[in-house]
Ligand binder design. Structure first.
Ligand SMILES: NC(=O)c1ccc[n+]([C@@H]2O[C@H](COP(=O)([O-])OP(=O)(O)OC[C@H]3O[C@@H](n4cnc5c(N)ncnc54)[C@H](OP(=O)(O)O)[C@@H]3O)[C@@H](O)[C@H]2O)c1
Length: 332
């Protein structure tokens, strides 16, 4: 089902300033999520590792926005206000950078209405970050965990002092690949096995499963904040698969497979962003009914059995707290 984002509420940021922090809004699904939020009057902070890419993305966003607004009727022009776009530097592969970004954001804004953990890297060679975590696990799970926990007091405060804006929201962009994980995993295992181009998918799947666990635990512990995970769908035309398609010889085979998948059941980045935008803005998604849920398009759908298991989710949570503690990162 194609989601119609025009049915989502439009805000006037001068009267109702609602802020969003999104990781990686410069390309793919993130880019079009930012476009939708901006069109609906949100103040959006794009947190990414390259100022240059962000500047270009903001320029491109402004062009796309101008073209969309051009097509508005007079009535739509009168009623719909654009939001704001800002950039914050953040490299999820360095936890110190996450902490710096949190501090920078807190200097700039008093409130945070929506946090979107969108960034992720897919199927890379086995790499360990300077923080001692596998790169995909850190980018898709550990760093989003730290970012969210550090911004939690702000999200709580926003929900408390601005009830008219509805609950603050944490959105985690997941992937259907999490279903590759069919038994509980040990996050301390490196999963550095040969051949990499197979096991790298599994490392990614583990990271995305941990991300879903995180949303479930966060929802349980913070019932006044709306925490959900969402699947964008099969967006084959993003940079997400570029490591595989650039491999010598086998890369061409991957490229052919992705082209066929894209032709048969692929969607555009724009379509992939709509479910994310819907989780951010829909007033029919509520804490009482939907907290901890997993969304596909606008529907709640069960994630894998492993991702849905609350005992495993608790183990993932405890492991992460323990690991951050070992690195002397205060998350109290
Ligand atoms: N494409 C799909 O079919 C699909 C399906 C399901 C879920 N998803 C999920 O959707 C999300 C967005 O993916 P996409 O398809 O839109 O691909 P994408 O265009 O490659 O987006 C990934 C983003 O993550 C950012 N990123 C990577 N490492 C980072 C780091 N260390 N610090 C900060 N940002 C970093 C990248 O920023 P740079 O510009 O700096 O590289 C890029 O903007 C991902 O979480 C992905 O797993 C995608």
């Amino acid at each position: 089902m194609v989601l119609d984002t025009q049915t989502l509420p439009y805000l006037n940021p001068e009267k109702d300033r609602r802020t969003v922090l999104i990781t990686a809004g410069t390309s793919g699904v993130g880019f079009f999520t930012v476009l939708q939020l901006h069109l609906h009057g949100y103040v959006v902070y794009l947190a990414g590792r390259s100022k240059n890419r962000a500047t270009k993305a903001i320029e491109r966003l402004r062009c796309e926005l101008a073209a969309i607004v051009e097509g508005y009727s007079l009535e739509q022009r009168a009623k719909r206000c654009l939001g704001e776009l800002h950039y914050l530097e953040m490299d999820l592969a360095r936890l110190s950078s996450v902490l710096e970004t949190v501090a920078a954001y807190q200097q700039l804004e008093e409130n945070l209405n929506i946090l979107i953990n969108n960034a992720g890297v897919l199927v890379l060679p086995f790499t360990v970050t300077e923080d001692g975590f596998e790169l995909q696990l850190q980018t898709s799970y550990i760093a989003p965990f730290l970012l969210t926990i550090k911004l939690l007091p702000m999200l709580e405060r926003t929900s408390y002092y601005h009830p008219e804006a509805g609950p603050a929201r944490v959105i985690y962009v997941s992937s259907v690949i999490h279903r590759m994980v069919v038994s509980q995993f040990n996050l301390s295992t490196s999963l550095n096995y040969y051949p990499n181009f197979i096991f790298t998918w599994y490392r990614f799947a583990v990271a995305k499963t941990a991300g879903i666990h995180f949303m479930k635990m966060l929802a349980l512990r913070n019932p006044r904040i709306l925490c959900v995970s969402v699947l964008p769908g099969n967006v084959m035309n993003t940079d997400h698969f570029s490591y595989l398609t650039r491999l010598p010889i086998i890369g061409f085979i991957f490229w052919c497979i992705f082209q066929i998948c894209s032709y048969c059941f692929g969607i555009t980045s724009q379509e992939g962003a709509n479910p994310v935008a819907n989780c951010c803005m829909s007033t029919s998604i509520t804490t009482t009914k939907d907290n901890g849920s997993h969304f596909l398009s606008s529907n709640v759908k069960n994630p894998s059995i492993i991702a849905n298991n609350m005992d495993y989710a608790a183990q993932t949570w405890i492991w992460t707290i323990h690991q951050l503690g070992k690195r002397k990162i205060d998350i109290s």
